[in-house]
Design a binder for this molecule. Structure first.
Ligand SMILES: *Cc1c(COP(=O)(O)O)cnc(C)c1O
Length: 447
């Protein structure tokens, strides 16, 4: 292997990476992308089966997005939104307000999903302060939820392996059960109703103290692609409205067509008070995030006394012009390429292929919503016993798939399929074939 491989091991620290395994292997170095393919430094081609960590939408190196970024670059790469405005950030804000569920009227930019959530949490907290209700300081989140890695986002995160260690540093959130039908003894509807009842109990127990409920709508991604039962999100929105509590929808993963509609909230006719967007916002090209808020929230921040009601939060690169230009181009492509109209056929194709994958010996559960898929590997499908995490079965299996030309990144022993929305049918078929072959031929080898 080349000098870059040595330098990577010598100089880099990779995110979410158990170092003892990383440092033993030769890193796969991606040099180039074209459509839904990635190419390594040796010229070998791979299908990008997880959209480069869930963010790519229209494929890599798309001439239209490239041109939009170039055009903006010829004008200016970045100017601040602190005290100044810029054309692409204004145009994008208008487009986002028009596109997102009704009631969301204001766009606050940042750079990542974590900051989009962090900002919604801080805004919700300060909203109540600005209204003189300073006893509303608590947040309800779902167990096993993931909202990013800054301290506020970690505080409302519920994945023990990621979040537990930072417990002493975080604020204390209230956790309500995740409606996960696979792990529930009863029907999906019963699962939904039990979980909603427990959230209602929390709201009662802490009446007057809750600032907001924060949820990943429809699918809890990092938890292992847990697909909520139908009606759960609507139920949470109803509880929030009835109890006069704000609702934060974290659509960082589900936004921009991922679940089959532009936003997951739309499938349950929910209009949250905050909408957090990141991953797919720029089509997966540049780091940009947005927190949308209602006019009622915005109003609370222009009251007197102004020094106390101002939202003193911002990042140097907030509303970056190149990022906004990429996002505008990505939104154009949704129209030009009819991205959403092509999704139902792709979802059918995936659903059909998953039917037979679901029958395989080591597959405990197959979950899908739109183009978000989780395949849970287990010791055997009858006992549904999980593998010992130390065996890293999911990770080792994904390495085998790499040799077969597919890049996936698992969540523990849940295989994740998250193809770019633009992945053509033939490549989807190839991807699903590799997954099935790996499960049939490679997995027994690894056990
Ligand atoms: C990925 C993700 C985040 C964090 O986004 P970053 O850009 O990685 O900070 C937050 N919420 C959800 C639901 C996510 O999937």
């Amino acid at each position: 292997m080349g000098i870059l491989h040595d330098w990577d091991r010598q100089y880099l620290w990779h995110p979410f990476c158990p170092l003892r395994f990383w440092l033993k292997e030769d890193p796969l170095i991606i040099e180039r992308g074209e459509g839904v393919h990635l190419f390594d430094t040796e010229g070998k081609r791979y299908i990008d089966g997880v959209s480069s960590l869930w963010c790519n939408v229209h494929g890599h190196n798309h001439p239209y997005i490239n041109a939009a970024i170039r055009e903006q670059l010829e004008r200016i790469a970045h100017s601040t939104l602190l005290g100044l405005a810029s054309p692409p950030s204004i145009e994008l804000a208008k487009r986002l307000v028009e596109l997102t569920p009704e009631g969301l009227k204001r766009v606050f930019y940042s750079d990542s999903g974590a900051t989009a959530v962090e900002i919604a949490l801080k805004m919700a907290f300060q909203y109540w302060r600005n209204l003189g209700q300073s006893q509303r300081t608590r947040f309800i989140a779902l167990r096993q939820s993931y909202h990013g890695d800054t301290m506020g986002s970690v505080s409302v995160g519920g994945i023990p392996i990621f979040h537990e260690i930072f417990g002493p540093l975080t604020f204390e959130a209230l956790f309500s059960p995740t409606p996960h039908p696979y792990r529930f003894d009863g029907s999906p509807n019963q699962c939904r109703d039990v979980c909603l009842a427990q959230m209602a109990d929390l709201l009662d127990r802490y009446a007057g103290q809750i600032a907001a409920i924060v949820v990943e709508p429809l699918v809890q991604g990092a938890a292992g692609m847990i697909v909520h039962p139908e009606g759960f999100l609507r139920g949470v929105a109803r509880l929030a409205r009835e109890r006069n509590v704000l609702l934060i929808a974290d659509e960082v993963a589900t936004g921009f067509g991922r679940t089959g509609s532009m936003f997951a909230c739309q499938q349950e006719s929910v209009s949250p008070d905050f909408l957090c967007l990141a991953k797919g916002l720029t089509g997966g090209y540049l780091p940009l995030a947005a927190t949308l808020a209602t006019e009622a929230v915005f109003d609370a921040f222009r009251r007197e006394p102004w020094p106390q009601t101002t939202f003193y939060h911002g990042h140097t690169y907030t509303g970056n012009a190149l990022g906004c230009a990429a996002a505008l181009a990505s939104l154009d492509l949704f129209d030009r390429e009819r991205t959403l109209e092509h999704l139902p056929a792709k979802m059918d194709q995936i659903a059909k292929a998953l039917e037979s994958i679901a029958e395989l010996d080591n597959v405990g559960d197959v979950r899908r919503r739109g183009l978000m898929v989780g395949i849970e590997l287990v010791e055997d499908r009858v006992s549904k016993r999980s593998f010992d995490p130390a065996g890293r079965v999911g990770s080792r299996l994904c390495h085998r798939m790499r040799d077969r030309g597919l890049i996936l990144r698992p969540l523990g022993d849940v295989l994740v399929l998250m193809p770019p929305l633009a992945m053509p049918a033939a490549i989807l078929a190839e991807m699903l074939d590799i997954v099935r072959t790996a499960l049939e031929r490679d997995l027994p080898d690894l056990l």
